[in-house]
Write a protein that binds this ligand. Structure first.
Ligand code: PMP
Length: 439
């Protein structure tokens, strides 16, 4: 099919609400490691990895080889038949997860992983209410949308389902309390308690949050935030759920899970995306006594699928063998320096934030007023694309550039990305930078 055929059929046969990037959508053809090619044969350095998902490079041959062998051997079993792939993966997960976490519920996506976690917390605690954070994103089911702290992602469910409340998020660049860190003494963390006391029955099933808010625009909390929140969650009888759909598998540098940077041991971890490096997978991970409370018959047709399980285990092994968590730290630090230098040069870059190889830039019309610059963000993406670089977007105001390259990129890839970003920023006309934008 030609590019035109694909776009025509996409329009004709897919739901129009499926959003695509760029005014001239990029139709993918093939990809290898950090590069992706479109149907016109144009090559891109991929610094978004299919929404924070390509952790060890597109079609990494060491993962693909294992997938191919498994497809030939056994492609599908369902959870009613145990298979070697899922137990090998679950055993590996038990070895790398923090604390006493050692049991896995396998599914197909981050949404399902979060659904499972909330159901589990309700069964374990006997409580119902769940606290999420403003600007959070947890998936697209009705439960997950109820957790979303962004109107953009709640169009089909304008009001959260009963039992979901939202606390202020630790967004220092735009402090919801108008304070400044550290003199604020992390006052936002106390809002979790205020929300529990004023908008719940006073006993919660869980608190669910991302160690760094992904779709929210890589909002990175101050180091004390989660420690304070953890204690509050425990005081009100809840489980602490770390949504690591974006932050796990070494993405944030040095550690397997983002939450480990915040020195909190969660009760439940959910993840997806980077674990499969492109194969659909979700996992809910917890301690045995919590897992034991998950009553009723539980089944998942594709959860624990032998092919996806083998792929995920291969991804973890590769991250370990090639010390990619260290690489994410070293190359991530180098990348961060490059982004900070862009901030020095261009007033439009209001803040650079993130950890490891999860780095973002928030674009503003003016560094003092901090008025969001969504139109310039779109234009920046177009300019990067023209020059062969793919980056993502996020943030409540659609003004945050999100980047999450494969964990095995090198400093020369970073040099190339920064060079292109520099040119793209230079190319943005003041007219565009000042214009109103849309998502
Ligand atoms: N949680 C977080 C933090 C996410 O970023 C996402 C997806 N962007 C999800 C949950 C939902 O994952 P999925 O799209 O695989 O259902």
């Amino acid at each position: 099919m030609t590019k035109e055929d694909i776009l025509k059929k996409h329009k004709q046969y897919l739901f129009p609400s499926i959003s695509t990037y760029y005014t001239d959508p990029l139709v993918t053809d093939h990809a290898s490691m950090q590069y992706l090619w479109d149907t016109d044969g144009k090559k891109y350095l991929d610094f978004f990895g299919g929404i924070v998902t390509i952790s060890v490079g597109h079609s990494n041959p060491r993962v693909t080889e294992k997938i191919k062998a498994q497809v030939d051997k056994l492609q599908h079993a369902s959870t009613v038949f145990p298979n070697e792939g899922i137990v090998a993966l679950a055993e590996k997960l038990a070895q790398i997860t923090p604390g006493e976490i050692s049991q896995t519920f396998p599914s197909n996506s981050g949404t399902e992983a979060n659904e499972t976690a909330v159901q589990l917390a309700r069964m374990y605690t006997g409580h119902f209410e769940v606290v999420g954070l403003r600007h959070g994103y947890s998936g697209r089911s009705m439960l997950a949308q109820s957790l979303a702290g962004q109107s953009t992602w709640r169009k089909s469910l304008p009001t959260p389902a009963p039992g979901f409340v939202h606390a202020l998020n630790p967004y220092c660049y735009r402090c919801p309390l108008g304070k400044t860190y550290p003199s604020c003494e992390v006052a936002c963390a106390r809002d979790v308690e205020a929300v529990i006391q004023t908008t719940t029955s006073g006993q919660i099933a869980a608190f669910l949050a991302e160690p760094i808010q992904g779709v929210g625009g890589f909002i990175t909390p101050p180091k004390e935030y989660f420690k304070i929140v953890f204690k509050i969650v425990k005081d009100y009888g809840g489980l602490f759920i770390s949504d690591e759909v974006q932050t796990a598998w070494g993405r944030t540098g040095k550690r397997w899970f983002g939450i480990e940077h915040w020195e909190v041991t969660p009760d439940i971890i959910t993840s997806a995306k980077g674990l499969g490096n492109g194969v659909p997978i979700g996992v809910t991970l917890t301690r045995p006594e919590i897992a034991a409370s998950f009553k009723g018959l539980q089944i998942s047709t594709f959860g624990g699928n032998p092919v996806t399980s083998v792929a995920a285990k291969a991804v973890i092994d590769l991250i370990e063998e090639d010390r990619l968590m260290d690489n994410a730290q070293t190359v991530g630090d180098y990348y961060r320096e490059g982004l900070e230098s862009l901030k020095e040069k261009y007033g439009m870059v209001g803040e650079v934030r993130g950890m490891g190889l999860m780095q973002a830039m928030e674009f503003v019309k003016d560094p003092v007023s901090k008025e969001p610059a969504p139109a310039s963000t779109n234009q920046f993406m177009e300019e990067c694309r023209k020059r062969g670089l793919l980056v993502g977007k996020g943030g409540l105001y659609g003004n945050v550039i999100r980047t999450s390259p494969p964990l095995n990129i090198s400093k020369s890839d970073v040099d190339e990305a920064i060079r292109i970003m520099d040119q793209a920023l230079k190319a943005l006309s003041p007219a565009v930078a000042g214009a109103a934008g849309s998502r």
